[in-house]
Design a protein around this ligand. Structure first.
Ligand code: BES
Ligand code: ZN
Length: 454
């Protein structure tokens, strides 16, 4: 039976690539209101893809971007899998660094280049195509399936939380499957068991009533540009340790077993340099790169502005300055509490002569998912069969905010079955998705549908 499925997948590869390219052509950037129509189009595309494989599907309007829900006929005495994904994508700037337009998918050397390729349209579409094979061949799917696909994951949207909290019966399931993470590397598939949390902050500094002549008034009043630098410079010490009092208090420390398991993956800083274009590693002293990446909380400036940054010189004392700062959190740090500690500290270190405003833009809880669930066994086997080698356990530094809510509200284990690569350039120019990952991802889901029912 699985041979028939694999055969169908082999024969329909071109069609599956063509459809994914159509999906990737829709510029569904969730954080830019000018793209609201594209968001709607991507929601409709997703909805139609579900209908085309015989699922009952609906577009659920919300106060934000729409959710797309779909389900198969729910038969009693069968396990139910809930698949989650997001059809929205990140903005594309700096656009000039793209080698081809982000929403005109280009295939070169068996790799699709397009925004959303890996994060997350390409990954979520694997599930739809795997299910399609069963449906088109009339092969019984031994599990009930449900899908909930959102359109504001990249923008810190709240709608999916509200929906999950108020509709736990609709989403009730035996396991949640999320494909929005990566393999360990091209040769080594992986299952992720922990995601970081997040506290995203903005600092606004206000100084003089207007930009001033820096000769007439420089050195006589506070300069917000200098002040923002002073604040930022005090958030971490020179060895990368965060200086906010209480920041590390509730951190779940890595135990020896976990450290050994990271160590056994033989991560090399050469890979780090290659994947990032950085000249060397840097981070909290006393920890390896993987420990920093996966198991330690971090703090980073995401954006910084003040004064004049155009061509040539303009002699001013700027009136304002600002910064966006994200803190990636680990279990058991609480995002609201960390945001509070951050605000208090920034207010305390801000010098006299300026006004400072600290805002908490959004947050997410770090999560750990069980490694010993039955579904984990099925997931490991499915990955091994789909990608051709045994997966390793990894953690990730990224966040998928809804995962914590799924665990709390649905009381079901979450399986983070990622099909991307760590160097897929997600959120960066030239995002890509390897066709091999697409095809093997589809196969993995096809195996999972079978194994989860056994
Ligand atoms: N697919 C990513 C999550 C991810 C990133 C997993 C890196 C593994 C490695 C997801 O789409 C994402 O980007 N999430 C945001 C969430 C944020 C906006 C709340 C993130 O991590 O920045
Ligand atoms: Zn993302």
């Amino acid at each position: 039976m699985i041979d028939k499925i694999l055969n169908y997948l082999e024969e329909n590869k071109d069609q599956h690539v063509k459809e994914l390219c159509e999906y990737l052509s829709i510029p569904s950037i969730s954080s830019i209101p000018a793209h609201d129509n594209d968001i709607m189009e991507a929601a409709r595309f997703t909805h139609k893809a579900f209908e085309a494989i015989g699922l009952t599907s609906e577009i659920i309007e919300t106060d934000g971007h729409p959710l797309v829900y779909a389900q198969s006929e729910q038969l009693p005495d069968r396990k139910t899998l809930l698949f989650y994904g997001h059809y929205d994508v990140q903005p594309v700037d700096p656009i000039e660094l793209w080698e081809s337009p982000p929403f005109e998918p280009r295939i070169e050397n068996e790799i699709i280049y397009a925004r959303g390729g890996s994060d997350d349209k390409g990954q979520l579409y694997t599930h739809i195509k795997a299910l399609e094979a069963y449906v088109k061949l009339g092969v019984d799917v031994p599990v009930n399936v449900k899908f909930i696909i959102e359109g504001e994951e990249e923008a810190g949207g709240e709608e999916i939380y509200k929906f999950t909290e108020s509709n736990p019966e609709k989403l009730a399931c035996d396991a949640v499957i999320v494909s929005d993470t990566s393999l360990y590397n091209e040769e080594t598939p992986a299952i992720c068991y922990s995601l970081k949390g997040l506290a995203y902050m903005q600092i606004d500094v206000k100084g003089p009533g207007m930009d001033l002549h820096s000769g007439s008034f420089g050195g006589t009043v506070q300069n917000p540009g200098n002040v923002i630098c002073e604040i930022i410079s005090r958030l971490k010490d020179g060895s990368g340790r965060v200086q906010i009092p209480g920041f590390y208090d509730s951190v779940l420390e890595l135990d020896d077993a976990e450290k050994a398991s990271f160590e056994s993956l033989n991560y090399s800083d050469e890979v780090l340099c290659k994947d990032t274009g950085a000249s060397g590693p840097f981070g909290e002293e006393g920890f390896t790169t993987l420990e920093r990446m996966w198991g330690r909380p971090t703090l980073d400036v995401n954006g910084l502005w003040s004064g004049y940054s155009g061509e040539g010189a303009k002699t001013i004392v700027p009136a304002t300055a600002g910064a966006k700062v994200s803190m990636r959190l680990v279990p058991n740090q609480n995002p609201e509490q960390i945001a509070e500690l951050f605000s208090k500290f920034v207010e305390k270190i801000t010098p006299d002569g300026v006004e400072v405003k600290v805002s908490y833009l959004h947050g997410a809880q770090a999560v750990m998912v069980p490694r010993d669930s039955e579904m984990m066994q099925a997931g490991m086997k499915a990955m091994e069969l789909g990608f051709g080698s045994k997966p390793v356990f990894i953690r990730e530094g990224g966040s998928i905010p809804i995962v914590g809510t799924f665990q709390d509200c649905l009381k079901a284990p979450v399986l983070l079955l990622g099909y991307g690569l760590p160097n897929d350039n997600i959120h960066s120019p030239n995002e890509k998705f390897h066709l091999r990952n697409y095809f093997d991802g589809i196969k993995t889901t096809a195996y999972l549908l079978k194994l989860a029912g056994e």
